[in-house]
Design a protein around this ligand. Structure first.
Ligand SMILES: [Zn+2]
Ligand SMILES: [Zn+2]
Length: 344
């Protein structure tokens, strides 16, 4: 089968690999579309440590089940599925309490588990989520990217009518906006630095603070009568945006850290302010609970994935796709790769 092998810093090889075999309890998926994640780009650029090359990356996987291992229901063959990435050992404290996202067993797409930048991939049967026909393979391929912010919001205790500030309008920021709207948020504020992303954010239901002309904290204070927001989410990962979250949140509110800062960044934690104003601080990546509700909301059109799939390319052009994401073109939200386009 064709696959892209990550071999080191900016070294990606489009090559032939043996097809993976189904082990007991795992299923084999013909990958129809795979999303290129910003985390993958950071790994390829050597800015994020996630194990050693050579490896097949790709954890945003959508395709058809074509074979099942021992112990799996044979009727799964032919199902259209997306892959929830947490492998889970099944026996640790976290797995036993429904939190396999905290298990050290790791995730599909990161070493040692081969990812979906290939024509076939195998995953544990517990990781598959069937998708309805209303969701295309390309939309399915970005569900993982949306499921992480969506699951984080579900997990945060956010309530109907509450106000939220979302720092950043990348994939995560736009997903948080859509999730907050679906959750019945009162007012949704977000920060943006360009017109393209600002327009998308508005379409998804946010009030945009234009950082070219406005200060995020001053804007929030003005708009909320000096109160602040119930939840301030940093989906940008910059020291300044994180600091502003603490200034923009109401006393007793929550600051959610989601955007990963650069390895070198040193970010001071306003400890005294957190104590005296009783601010809760939490970090999130993803969890498995958000997937089923998210798929239903996409099916019903409450959450839109289509508008976030910006470009589709054949898998053989993965290096080009990486460069495209690194160009930070505001029009490029998600790039989706097709492993079978080169062979038609
Ligand atoms: Zn991802
Ligand atoms: Zn475990």
């Amino acid at each position: 089968m064709k696959a892209v092998v990550w071999k080191g810093k900016y070294a990606l090889e489009y090559t032939d690999l043996p097809e993976p075999e189904c082990r007991p309890g795992w299923v084999k998926i013909k990958v129809m579309a795979v999303g290129l994640c910003a985390t993958d780009v950071h790994i390829i650029a050597d800015k994020f440590d996630a194990g050693k090359p050579p490896h097949v990356l790709g954890h945003e996987i959508c395709g058809d089940i074509v074979a099942v291992g021992d112990g799996c229901d044979k009727s799964l063959c032919g199902k259209r599925v997306v892959v929830e990435t947490y492998v889970g050992c099944g026996t640790c404290e976290f797995c036993r309490t429904g939190r396999k996202h905290l298990c050290s067993a790791g995730e599909i797409g990161y070493p040692p588990y081969q990812g979906g930048e290939a024509q076939f991939v195998t995953v544990p049967v517990g990781c598959i989520r069937e998708i309805p026909d209303s969701i295309s393979y390309d939309e399915g391929a970005i569900i993982e990217a949306v499921a992480c912010p969506f699951g984080a919001l579900l997990n945060s205790g956010f309530q109907m009518g509450q106000t939220v500030l979302i720092q950043g309008v990348g994939v995560a920021g736009l997903s948080f906006i859509q999730a907050a709207r679906a959750a019945g948020a009162g007012r949704i504020f977000c920060t943006a630095r360009n017109d393209v992303r600002a327009a998308m954010a508005r379409k998804f239901g946010a009030e945009v603070i234009d950082l070219r002309t406005d200060d995020a904290v001053a804007y929030i204070q003005r708009e909320t009568g000096g109160r602040g927001v119930d939840l301030a989410i940093d989906a940008a990962g910059a020291p300044a945006t994180i600091e502003q979250c603490f200034q923009a949140v109401v006393s007793g509110g929550m600051v959610m850290l989601y955007g990963i800062p650069s390895k070198e960044a040193v970010i001071p934690l306003p400890v005294t302010e957190c104590i005296l104003r009783q601010i809760r601080v939490c970090g999130y990546t993803g969890n498995e609970w958000g997937w089923d509700p998210l798929i239903q909301l996409v099916d019903r059109g409450v959450i839109s994935l289509k508008e976030m799939v910006s470009v589709v390319m054949p898998l053989s052009r993965t290096s080009e796709a990486v460069a495209l994401l690194e160009s930070r073109d505001p029009h490029i939200v998600k790039v989706v790769l097709h492993p079978w386009d080169d062979n038609e």
